[in-house]
Design a protein around this ligand. Structure first.
Ligand code: GSH
Length: 237
């Protein structure tokens, strides 16, 4: 059996690849990696090439014994299977809850802060969140706070699960904008635990070395541009 190969994406752009990569690392899967450059204009030719091994022509893709697993959540589930299921809670109801959270994230997280892309987490200056973004952020943090309180931490369901891992890029991009919301304190210990994970730090270290990728969607039409430098939790890492 050859080592599985992960086709991942540019470190400061591919939040979906990050999720799959984190789950494979957490599961202890020994895999090789090819980082596909998904920055324009190379993106188009590179993803076309990915299309030769994967129907959606997107990253991430994990090739195991010649078979392509071509979706981040499917790769995360594969990682969980590969380590005997320890990346989901043992309890059936909790497992379903963890899967609900993972599915919510995977299906777009109700567009919470849609303009706050993963790329934006690496901008040297960030804009202030809008009132709607702030309230959407609180809605998410409030949900997460409940899980943390019920499990007593350190992770959403006690031990590390796919639910924590799939949320890492979202937490990175939101926290990078320093949201001032009531539930932030309640998830602070969980947030710091996530950000202190060696694999998260490794991905983020590489991502921060790359030139930021500007998205025109970042600025909100009609809202004055107010950019500010926010202390980066990875500065000290
Ligand atoms: N549902 C897919 C989404 C993957 C995805 O959108 N990947 C981006 C890079 S992070 C991509 O390859 N996009 C190419 C495109 O949109 O054509 C998954 O979870 O793996």
């Amino acid at each position: 059996m050859s080592r599985p190969k992960l086709y991942s994406g540019t470190r400061n752009a591919s939040s979906w690849a990050m999720r799959a990569w984190l789950a494979l690392r957490a599961a202890g899967v020994d895999f090789e990696e090819e980082i596909v450059n998904i920055v324009r204009p190379q993106r188009f030719a590179n993803l076309k090439a990915v299309g030769r091994i994967s129907p959606p022509a997107m990253v991430p893709v994990l090739v195991v014994d010649g078979v392509a697993i071509y979706d981040s959540l499917a790769i995360m589930e594969y990682a969980n299977d590969a380590c005997g299921g320890r990346l989901l809670p043992v309890d059936v109801t909790q497992r379903a809850q963890a899967r609900s959270l993972a599915a919510w994230q995977h299906s777009g997280l109700s567009n919470i802060c849609a303009r706050i892309s993963f790329e934006s987490a690496f901008y040297p200056e960030k804009r202030t969140l809008t009132a709607v973004e702030t309230s959407e952020c609180e809605r998410l943090f409030g949900v997460l706070a409940k899980y943390v309180a019920e499990s007593s931490g350190p992770f959403l369901f006690g031990t590390l699960s796919l639910a924590d891992l799939i949320l890492v890029p979202t937490i990175v991009r939101l926290v990078a904008h320093d949201p001032v919301v009531p539930s932030r304190d309640a998830i602070e210990a969980w947030t710091q635990t996530l950000l202190a994970m060696a694999d998260v730090k490794e991905w983020m270290r590489d991502a921060r070395l790359l030139p930021p990728i500007w998205s025109d969607d970042y600025l909100v039409p009609g809202q004055p541009v107010d950019l500010r430098v926010i202390p980066d939790p990875f500065d000290a890492a």
